[in-house]
Design a protein around this ligand. Structure first.
Ligand SMILES: C[S@@+](CC[C@H](N)C(=O)[O-])C[C@H]1O[C@@H](n2cnc3c(N)ncnc32)[C@H](O)[C@@H]1O
Length: 326
C-alpha cells in the first residue's frame, strides 16, 4: 500500500454515537424500580464519574481481578499472540480505559481495532490515547450497548476476527445473557474467528467479600453514584445518605450481588412517578458471576466455541480463555 493511502486509513477514528436510544435509561430505571424486587442494570453505572470510579476500584489493594489479569496477560503475551494471530481485526467489548488493550494491540499488531463501550467519555479518552500510542492503527470506536445485538462497523482490515472481552465483564451478565452474548459473538467472528475472555474464578468467599467491600469505600461510592446519575439525568430526588452499599457472595448462585439498601422507609420521586421503599429494602444493582474453568468451558461450548487455551495468573485467581469457533 502506498504510504499516503496507509496513513489516511490509519488516521480513521470513528465514533458511532447514535446506537443507544436516549430514553433507554429512564425506561429501564422506571421498569426496574417497579418490580417486586427492585433492580437496575449494571450498565448504567458507567457515566463519566462511574468510569473514573471503576478505574479507582482497579487500583485498590482488595480488588485483585485487574492486577491478576494484567499479570497473566503480561506473562503469557507471546502465547496469547500465537493463539489469536497477528494482523487481524481486534474487537473489544467493554474496553473502558484500554489498559489491557494496549498490551494486546502491541502483541497482535491488528490491522483494525474496534473498541465498544457504553461510556462515551471513557471510550473517547481511551481511543485518543491509543491513537497517540499506535499512530498507524485504524481505530473504529463504537459507542454502543453490547447487551443487545449490535452492528460493529465493517472493518476494512482483512484477516481473522478476534473478540476480546476482559475484566470479567461477562460475569455481570446472567448465565443466560452470557450464553446469548457468546452466541452473537460466535456469529460475528465467523468460522475462522476467535475470542479471548477474562473470567474471574470461584474462590474463598472472604477474598470476594473484601474485593467488593473495600476499606476506602470506593466501591460504595461507585454503587451510590448510580443514584446521583438518576437524580441528575432523570430529575429524581434520591437522597444518597438514605441508602447504603451492600455486597455479598451468594454461594448457591456463584455470584457476588451488589445492592443499594434503603436505610429508612421512604418515598422517592422520579419526575412525576413515586417509588416506595421499606427500611431494609434493596435495589439490586449488579451481579458478578464467578466460574470454574470447566463451567465456563461448558458455557462456551454451548455457544459454538471450542476452548483451546486457558491461561491462569500465578495465584490461580483469574482465567483468560482462548476460544475458537467450532
Ligand atoms: C468491569 S468494566 C471492565 C473495563 C475493562 N475492560 C477492564 O478490563 O478493566 C466494564 C466495562 O464495560 C463497559 N460496559 C458495561 N456494560 C456495557 C454494555 N452493556 N455495553 C457496552 N459497554 C458496557 C463499561 O463502561 C466498562 O468500561
Amino acid at each position: 500500500m502506498a504510504g499516503s493511502q496507509r496513513s489516511q486509513r490509519a488516521a480513521r477514528l470513528v465514533f458511532s454515537g447514535s446506537r443507544i436510544p436516549a430514553d433507554g435509561f429512564r425506561e429501564d430505571v422506571i421498569a426496574g424500580l417497579s418490580l417486586p424486587r427492585k433492580s437496575i442494570p449494571p450498565k448504567y453505572f458507567y457515566d463519566a464519574k462511574g468510569s473514573r470510579l471503576f478505574e479507582a476500584i482497579c487500583a485498590l489493594r482488595e480488588y485483585y481481578p485487574t492486577r491478576a489479569e494484567l499479570a497473566l496477560t503480561r506473562a503469557h503475551l507471546a502465547g496469547i499472540a500465537r493463539f489469536a494471530g497477528r494482523g487481524g481485526v481486534l474487537i473489544e467489548y467493554g474496553s473502558g480505559a484500554g489498559v489491557k488493550s494496549r498490551l494486546l494491540i502491541g502483541a497482535l499488531a491488528p490491522s483494525t481495532y474496534v473498541p465498544v463501550d457504553i461510556s462515551r467519555e471513557a471510550l473517547r479518552a481511551a481511543a485518543a490515547a491509543l491513537r497517540r500510542r499506535f499512530p498507524r492503527l485504524e481505530i473504529l470506536a463504537v459507542h454502543g450497548d453490547f447487551s443487545r445485538p449490535l452492528r460493529v462497523p465493517a472493518a476494512q482490515g482483512r484477516g481473522r476476527r478476534v473478540v476480546y472481552f476482559p475484566g470479567s465483564t461477562i460475569g455481570n451478565l446472567t448465565p443466560a445473557e452470557a450464553l446469548a452474548f457468546l452466541r452473537r459473538t460466535r456469529g460475528q467472528v465467523g468460522a475462522r474467528g476467535a475470542m479471548l475472555v477474562g473470567v474471574d474464578l470461584k474462590k474463598d468467599a472472604r477474598v470476594l467479600h473484601a474485593a467488593y467491600n473495600d476499606a476506602k469505600g470506593v466501591t460504595a461510592a461507585f454503587n451510590l453514584n448510580l443514584l446521583n446519575r438518576i437524580n441528575r439525568e432523570l430529575g429524581a430526588g434520591f437522597r444518597l445518605h438514605r441508602f447504603a452499599h451492600y455486597a455479598f457472595y451468594n454461594p448457591a448462585l456463584g455470584r457476588i450481588e451488589m445492592h443499594l439498601v434503603s436505610r429508612v422507609r421512604q418515598q422517592v420521586r422520579i419526575g412525576r412517578r413515586r417509588f416506595s421503599f421499606e427500611a431494609g429494602e434493596t435495589i439490586h444493582t449488579e451481579n458478578s458471576y464467578k466460574y470454574s474453568v470447566e463451567d465456563f468451558q461448558k458455557l462456551a461450548r454451548s455457544a459454538g466455541f471450542r476452548s483451546e487455551k486457558v491461561w491462569l495468573d500465578a495465584k490461580g485467581v483469574f482465567a483468560l480463555h482462548g476460544l475458537v469457533a467450532r
